[in-house]
Each structure stands twice: as C-alpha cells, then as structure tokens.
Design a protein around this ligand. Structure first.
Ligand code: ZN
Length: 200
C-alpha cells in the first residue's frame, strides 16, 4: 500500500467531477487500499479519491471507534434522503478547520463493493454525514462551500498563511504530522476527537 498526498483547499483539482469506475479490478482495489492507508495515517474518518487527485467515483471511510471497520463505496448513488440537521465537520483537504454544516439526517445509498457487487445501506449519524461529505468531493464540492463567503475567505487566507509557514513545503504528511500532534491525539483521545470533530 502507498500513502498518497492529499490535495488542500483551494487547489483547483478538488473542483473536478469524478468519473464512474467502469470495472472493479485490481487497480481499483489497490486504489481503495491506498486511500484507506492515507486516511488512517492522516487520522481521518473518510477520504474520497478526488482528494488524492484521482478523479474516479470511489470513497473510503471508517467511523468505528476502534478504527478497524474500513468501508469502500464505488460509484455511490444517493437513493433517498430525509431530515435536515447540523453537524460539525472537518476535512483532510481543509486542515484544522471545523464548522457546522446542514445535511440530511437519514440517507439510503447504493454502491459497488470491492467484489464489484452492488449493496445498499441506510445511514444516519456520523456515517450519514461522512457519506454525504465524501460524495460531495466526487462532485468537486467542499464543506466550506456551505459556509458564508466571508468565512470561506478567512479559511482560505488562514490555510495559505499556514502553508507558507510550514517548514518543509506542503503536503499530506505535514497535515498528518500536525494531526498526530494535536491535543488528545493518543489512542482513546484520538477516537473521541475523531468522532466529535471528524476530518472527512
Ligand atoms: Zn473532505
């Protein structure tokens, strides 16, 4: 498996629309494995292929406390959405920024698994938020798009300033390292932080 570099806002490549995966083959399974490795290394809860500059409809996530329940969604489709509620979200492509976003509270999604077979899942809570957030990435949308223009400008400026101050250039490894150094990032703390402030 390979750890991949995560694109960061406002990188224009995050705005591309992903194309469907045509065949679930070994290359796709390898991509899923690499995405999971990258996500776990960055202490994220979810990651879409778009975030590593691969514009295919594939996303991975793990919302479990133990970080041992990886899930892979290939060509995900939203079948049903209902309710509306706020939840706090972060994003591995918008490091260390969290804000409230309104999402559907219950969704039903169909996707292909790594075996190439379709499955359907009902999701609410963090899982539901995470799937919606990652599906947005596949459309080139980011959670900051739901915030006010002013907030988005402030976030952009803050990230650009932080990137300039990073000792060794930019990239996912830096974000990951900062993620690890964050307060409460030891095993139980990281879990609590991950669930209450999910980086998706
Ligand atoms: Zn994200």
């Amino acid at each position: 498996m390979t750890k991949l570099a995560i694109l960061e806002y406002p990188d224009p490549r995050l705005r591309k629309t992903a194309k469907p995966v045509e065949t679930v083959d070994d290359a796709v399974r390898q991509l899923a494995a690499d995405l999971l490795e990258t996500m776990y290394a960055a202490k994220g809860v979810g990651l879409a292929a778009t975030q590593v500059d691969v514009h295919r409809r594939l996303l991975v996530l793990d919302v479990s406390e133990e970080r041992n329940q990886p899930r892979v969604f290939i060509n995900p489709e939203l079948l049903h959405a209902e309710g509306r509620g706020p939840g706090e979200e972060g994003c591995l492509s918008v490091p260390d920024i969290y804000d409230k976003v309104q999402r559907a509270t219950h969704i039903r999604v169909r996707a292909l698994g790594l075996d190439g077979l379709p499955f359907e899942i009902d999701a609410d809570g963090l899982l539901g938020v995470c799937i919606q957030h990652e599906m947005d990435h596949l459309e080139g949308r980011l959670f900051v798009d739901y915030l006010s223009d002013l907030k988005r400008q402030l976030i952009r400026r803050r990230l650009e300033k932080e990137r300039k101050n990073r000792p060794s250039g930019r990239g996912a490894l830096d974000s990951a390292a900062r993620g690890v150094a964050a307060p409460g990032a030891a095993t139980p703390g990281a879990t609590a932080r991950g669930v209450s402030r999910p980086a998706l």
